[in-house]
Design a protein around this ligand. Structure first.
Ligand code: MEV
Length: 318
């Protein structure tokens, strides 16, 4: 019988500190219950297909989009392990939305390949996943790969070992990712923020200090499962992101309407200038918020209810 494995790895969402993290301030992220999966079987040849990318890697052919996976195959092969596998990679994480779909796909693939060789370890998956992310994003911070491998809420600061917060989402709360449908470029948004920082460093330093304080307060709010505090801190963080210049009318409409409809907090998540808004609501008011936002077709493309993933990567022998 063929030896086969399925590995699943979660996507992520940034709760606090996007952009500020670029200049060394802390951030809080969590893994979310949307997954990339790699289903692989040992074989006599190499052929792996990505369903979402419509692309393939085989012994003698690599689609451009599959280069991150080819890198993992090379690295695993150079460790003396078997890399002749057949299978598929698929993902339910929206692509290009800042939810870590590429990091999760790489982590799932690396985990499945290692598990087929009885060589799975979280640290090795992280290393391989991070090498693959470098091909996608140049100089990634590594936070996406960390969230995907570990799961849960993570405190992250550049050049420091990420810290698992061990926190849970406060009870009776609902988390929504509201997609404005406005395409965004992380690179363009980061450049815009850094330019404003360069022009107004004396002002910006105070805003960056405030962002850091918000993250420290959010760690306390999470530890105390204080949904009200968490929501309010999200809205304050959003105000700071507006001051960085990454708000657009669509994100503002979603934040404003979510709060008007009774959300506990709402903020841009990720790079901004479009993309996603993160909304925290209590269970009772969430149907009203979802209904109200759904009628805002000008600024809402879709609403994605999120659960938090506390487990990180998992392997199943199939
Ligand atoms: C983008 O998802 C998050 C940013 O902070 C950029 C980064 O951390 O590399 C805007």
């Amino acid at each position: 019988m063929k030896r086969c494995v399925e590995a699943s790895a979660p996507g992520k969402i940034i709760w606090f500190g996007e952009h500020f993290v670029v200049l060394g301030r802390p951030a809080i992220v969590s893994a979310v219950g949307l997954y990339a999966r790699a289903r692989l079987c040992l074989s006599d040849k190499l052929r792996v297909v990505s369903r979402e990318l419509g692309a393939v890697v085989s012994e003698n052919y690599v689609d451009e989009a599959m280069k991150p996976f080819a890198k993992i195959i090379d690295l695993v092969g150079s460790m003396g392990f078997e890399t002749r596998v057949e299978g598929v990679i698929e993902s339910e994480i929206p692509i290009g939305a800042g939810m870590g779909s590429s990091a999760a796909s790489s982590a799932a693939f690396a985990a499945a390949l290692l598990a087929l060789n009885d060589a799975f370890s979280e640290s090795l998956v992280w290393r391989l996943g991070y090498e693959a992310e470098k091909i996608v994003h140049g100089q990634p911070s590594g936070v996406d790969t960390t969230a995907s491998v570990r799961g849960g809420f993570i405190y992250y600061r550049k050049n420091e070992e990420p810290r698992s917060l061990g926190a849970r989402l406060p009870e009776n709360t609902v988390v929504l990712a509201v997609d404005t449908g406005v395409p965004r470029s992380t690179g363009v948004a980061v450049k815009r923020v850094l330019e404003r920082y360069g022009r107004w460093e004396s002002v910006m330093e105070k805003i960056y200090d405030a962002a850091e304080t918000i993250v420290e307060e959010a760690v306390r709010a999470l530890a105390g499962e204080d949904a009200g505090a968490l929501g309010e801190l999200m809205s304050i963080m959003h105000g700071l992101l507006v001051s960085l210049g990454v708000a657009v009318p669509e994100t503002e409409a979603v934040v404003h309407n979510s709060l008007r409809l009774g959300a506990l907090g709402a903020k841009i998540t990720g790079a901004g200038m479009g993309g996603l808004v993160l909304v925290l609501a209590d269970t009772r008011s969430s149907p009203r918020i979802i209904e109200g936002l759904s009628s805002e077709s000008m600024s809402v493309r879709r609403i994605i209810p999120l659960s938090i993933d506390y487990k990180g990567i998992r392997i199943k022998h199939i």
